[in-house]
Ligand binder design. Structure first.
Ligand SMILES: Nc1nc2c(c(=O)[nH]1)N[C@H]1C(S)=C(S)[C@@H](COP(=O)(O)OP(=O)(O)OC[C@H]3O[C@@H](n4cnc5c(=O)[nH]c(N)nc54)[C@H](O)[C@@H]3O)O[C@H]1N2
Ligand SMILES: Nc1nc2c(c(=O)[nH]1)N[C@H]1C(S)=C(S)[C@@H](COP(=O)(O)OP(=O)(O)OC[C@H]3O[C@@H](n4cnc5c(=O)[nH]c(N)nc54)[C@H](O)[C@@H]3O)O[C@H]1N2
Ligand code: SF4
Ligand SMILES: [Mo]
Length: 716
């Protein structure tokens, strides 16, 4: 008997709808959902090969524990592991208090799981010691939206793509990372003559159909965007009526960009005056501009300013809340939008509320039936601070769900030290290949997206129901269920009967909120297809665009311009470390590859780590394509395979993040944006050294400075 189950692709934040054909409990076919607004039936190569990653050869099917760190993990019954987790956590609470326990979550968990952990940590435990890998991903976009528009949440919709006449893509390799969105942009450019400006120090596949590619120096985006606003003002493209009616802070911003002349902008970015003028002219000529950005913007210590500068341009031209217009942050993970909505970052509460706003705390305390004052008013530690606290011994236990900090956080020797120091590490994962399991005292087996019911919110605010297609293998259980089962054993009052009950409680908390109101979105309605929030009533069809009426989510309804000051990356090239290193993704791989390693078709183009280098730099160094090379930075080193790329900015290198062997996070820096606390994962300084027989470099350790003394390392 075969049946068809509707769900959402679990990879990127485009959130394509999929249909899984199930035969005898096995997924035999995956197709795009033709009724879904994100993809209208289309899928990229990762989406189209999903069924191959569902075979459970590398699944974590049973709970595992170890009581001695030097011993191997051993499989135990689920009940025993849950009891053990509760008993260990309670012992830590008794000795050090609730603050000693941290939760580190992921944008790959359902809304239901992230809501439940938020309630446990912030409500029942009264600490805010939880954060998510969204800190590495979306935090700068969140801060920029909130500071300017009053709240998080991209105002645009995918359907704006077909109405735009100009796309400005900044720091996003959309073609490889949000392929279905790129396909739609490509159509609009090729068939309908829209212009496409791409800003990236590398020319990527995203520039394939670009009218203009700007290889601005890493980190220089704020300068460029200030310069573009200067041109928009100079050439009369500003909407003064919109500014007067719907914004504050215009005179400050207009004054702040007067100095950003095309010449000044060219000097700051490494572009020519002509390039800056050409980009400016394209934006001036546009009536409907859609700007998209992702990690080249957010993962910077100037990330909030970069994202804000994009939003400033839209406010200045009134190109927001209208068809084909708006500042559109592309969300990375399939549910990094929803995680923020339900409050999983250290400063958040459900419904885009904040722990440091008394009114928000009270509303949630009342709804949760806990005493007023239960929720701590101080935001919890951001992800990097949380792991620092673990290393310092302030935090004793960490519960990691759906992410691998050892692979994906910056300067990962510090993460290793933190995990070693921790008294208790719980890793809750779907696969047994996460390198983080080497540090786990308890491993909990989670059911994955196709095995349980739940909801995801995609980049443009549409919420999709994930339906289970087949039973989870072994003892694997839904993430929310595992957390609740441990919490109950710790004597916390959490008694949700199922995922729908969690969703219903959460959506009730959003009733009357502006703009994030999902109170009208029931599982029953989602059974008929996705719904785009705001959706304030059961008979409401959902909302395509935010702020169409010019009313923003601030107290006075006006958007706030914010002055944006360019700041260069924390580490810049020097004599010793003469290259910029930037990092990112390739089309066929997903982050740490626990999923994509299983799919043969996805491993045909790249079979391991590589480092892209400009041919001139390769000539200077005397290295050639395919050669193994040492990449050495101030905090660590690794090896990689040379790939020559004539389209990368000279002086700049690129490494993918996917392979453990050749992971750039042995090199990356702990610097972070002061507002969003998002780490600067896109820029650090390195040197390259050909590997010479007989000279022994111990990879993975910090480089000696000065670094040319090969073979010797300092441990500092
Ligand atoms: N195939 C695939 N798709 C994915 C993912 C994946 O793992 N694999 N992950 C998903 C997730 S979680 C995320 S967050 C997104 C990320 O999506 P993207 O942000 O599009 O991807 P990245 O490759 O990380 O970085 C994008 C580009 O930023 C450029 N860049 C580096 N520094 C700068 C800078 O200072 N300024 C500018 N303007 N550009 C710069 C890089 O050269 C790179 O091409 O992708 C999502 N989609
Ligand atoms: N240098 C550098 N570093 C980066 C980035 C970069 O561009 N450059 N990008 C950053 C960004 S944007 C991101 S989002 C992170 C991503 O980094 P991670 O979140 O560490 O990467 P993933 O491989 O997605 O890790 C997810 C883990 O969760 C497991 N998992 C998947 N689904 C589920 C589930 O439903 N439940 C449970 N319990 N487990 C599940 C997977 O098996 C895997 O072990 O990397 C960040 N690190
Ligand atoms: S574009 Fe993203 S969501 Fe769509 S099929 Fe590809 S990976 Fe999945
Ligand atoms: Mo991400």
């Amino acid at each position: 008997m075969s049946n068809v189950v509707r769900s959402q692709c679990p990879y990127c934040g485009v959130g394509c709808g999929i249909e899984l054909t199930v035969n005898d409990g096995k997924v035999v076919r995956v197709t795009g959902d033709s009724a879904h607004p994100a993809n209208q039936g289309k899928l990229c190569i990762k989406g189209a090969t999903i069924e191959q990653m569902l075979t459970p050869t590398t699944r974590l099917t049973h709970a595992q524990i170890r009581t001695d760190r030097n011993a191997a993990l051993r499989s135990v019954g689920l009940d025993q592991a849950l009891d053990h987790a509760a008993q260990r956590l309670n012992a830590i609470r008794q000795q050090y208090g609730n603050e000693a326990i941290g939760f580190y979550l992921s944008g790959q968990l359902t809304n239901e799981t992230s809501y439940l952990v938020t309630k446990l940590c912030k409500g029942l435990m009264g600490t805010n010691t939880m954060d998510a890998n969204s800190r590495l991903c979306m935090a700068s976009a969140v801060a920029a939206y909130t500071r300017t528009l009053g709240t998080d949440g991209p105002p645009c919709s995918y359907s704006d793509i077909e109405q735009a006449d100009c796309f400005l893509i900044v720091g996003s390799n959309t073609a490889e990372c949000h392929p279905i969105v790129y396909r739609r942009i490509e159509q609009q450019v090729r068939k309908h003559g829209a212009t496409l400006i791409v800003v990236d120090p590398r020319r990527t596949q995203t520039s394939r159909y670009a009218s203009l590619h700007l290889a601005a120096a890493p980190g220089s985006d704020t300068a460029l965007l200030n310069g573009l606003l200067h041109i928009l003002i100079r050439d009369g493209a500003v909407d003064y009526e919109f500014i007067a009616q719907h914004t504050t802070g215009w005179s400050e911003i207009a004054e702040a960009v007067t100095g950003w002349t095309p010449a000044q902008t060219a000097l700051a970015t490494g572009l020519t005056v002509e390039e800056v003028e050409t980009a400016g002219a394209m934006l001036v000529a546009s009536q409907r501009t859609l700007s998209m950005w992702s990690m080249g913007v957010n993962q910077s210590r100037n990330g909030v300013a970069k994202a804000t500068a994009i939003i400033n341009m839209h406010l200045a031209t009134g190109r927001i809340g209208k068809p084909g217009c708006g500042p559109f942050s592309l969300t990375g993970q399939p549910n990094a939008m929803g995680g923020r909505e339900v409050g999983y970052l250290a400063h958040q509460l459900p419904g885009y509320r904040r722990v440091d706003v008394a009114e928000h705390r009270t509303a949630i305390e009342q709804a949760w039936g806990i005493p007023v004052g239960s929720i701590n008013s101080t935001p919890g530690p951001d992800a990097q601070t949380m792991f620092n606290q673990l290393a310092e011994g302030k935090l004793k236990a960490i519960w990691i769900i759906g992410t691998n900090p050892l692979h994906s956080m910056p300067n990962n020797s510090t993460i290793r030290a933190a995990l070693e120091k921790a008294e208790l590490v719980i890793v809750q994962d779907v696969y047994n290949t996460s390198s983080c399991l080497a540090y786990a005292d308890i491993a909990l087996p989670a059911a994955q997206w196709a095995e349980s019911i739940g909801t995801f919110t995609a980049s443009d605010r549409h919420i999709t129901l994930l339906n289970p297609a087949y039973p989870a293998p072994g003892d694997a259980m839904p993430d929310w269920w595992l957390v609740q089962a441990v919490a109950q054993r710790m004597d916390f009052e959490l008694n949700f009967a199922n995922a729908e009950a969690i969703w219903d409680e959460y959506r009730g908390l959003t009733a009357g909120r502006y703009p994030l109101d999902v109170s009208g979105v029931s599982y029953e309605r989602l059974g008929n297809g996705p719904i785009q929030w705001p959706c304030p009533a059961e008979d409401h069809a959902g909302t395509v665009r935010l702020y169409s009426d010019g009313r923003f989510a601030t107290a006075n309804g006006r958007a706030n311009f914010q002055v944006t000051i360019p700041v260069e990356p924390a580490e810049v090239p020097s004599y010793e470390f003469p290259f910029w290193l930037t990092t990112g993704r390739v089309l066929e791989q997903w982050h740490t590859r626990t999923r994509t390693a299983n799919v043969a078709k996805l491993n045909q183009r790249h079979n391991g780590s590589f480092i892209e280098i400009h041919p001139d730099d390769a000539n200077t160094l005397g290295v050639s394509a395919g050669e193994k090379i040492a990449v050495i930075g101030r905090r660590g080193s690794c090896t990689s395979i040379v790939q020559i790329n004539p389209e990368i900015m000279p002086g700049c290198l690129f490494m993918p993040i996917h392979w453990e062997d050749g992971n750039p996070n042995v090199l990356s820096i702990n610097a972070a944006d002061p507002i969003s606390k998002q780490p600067e994962l896109k820029a650090c300084a390195v040197q390259l050294r050909p590997i010479v027989e007989g000279i022994n470099i111990k990879f993975g350790e910090a480089a000696t400075v000065p670094a040319m003394a090969a073979g010797k390392r300092s441990s500092q």
